[in-house]
Design a protein around this ligand. Structure first.
Ligand code: FES
Ligand code: FES
Length: 133
């Protein structure tokens, strides 16, 4: 298995690590099989993601995916952030090994949860995604 230089770079020097104490939306997801977890914090103003931070307990691919995903959604509208797929995150990282693709799904799912957390707190209907059942 080989990681791209970009994955290694984001793993060694991840962007936007931390928490936002007064976050407008928080999304936490976990994979019950391996216990890996990801938490995303969003600061939202006028439908724009003003700030985003994450904490990930997982492998290098999960950390690099979180880092890249936060970079890609910062300054974007909630709709744009919602439409960021794990495939797009993996592509931006120069690809992920096939067995590591599921790790990038954690980031997409955590962003969706954080956006819906914000929507519910503001009396809006949560959006539906491929993770809803
Ligand atoms: Fe748990 Fe990859 S093995 S998310
Ligand atoms: Fe569990 Fe990647 S996050 S193996």
């Amino acid at each position: 298995m080989e990681y791209s230089d970009k994955v290694m770079e984001h793993f060694i020097n991840p962007r936007n690590v931390g928490e936002i104490p007064d976050a407008d939306g928080i999304g936490e997801v976990g994979n019950p099989k391996c216990g890996d977890m990801m938490k995303i914090y969003l600061k939202i103003e006028d439908n724009i993601i003003k700030d985003v931070k994450f904490k990930t307990f997982g492998c290098g691919a999960a950390i690099a995916s979180s880092s890249m995903a936060t970079e890609l959604i910062k300054g974007k509208t909630l709709e744009e952030a919602w439409n960021l797929t794990n495939k797009a995150v993996a592509e931006a990282l120069g690809g992920l090994p096939a067995v590591k693709m599921h790790c990038s799904v954690l980031a997409e799912e955590a962003i969706h949860k954080a956006i819906n957390d914000y929507r519910i707190k503001n009396g809006l209907e949560p959006w539906e995604d491929r993770f809803s059942n």
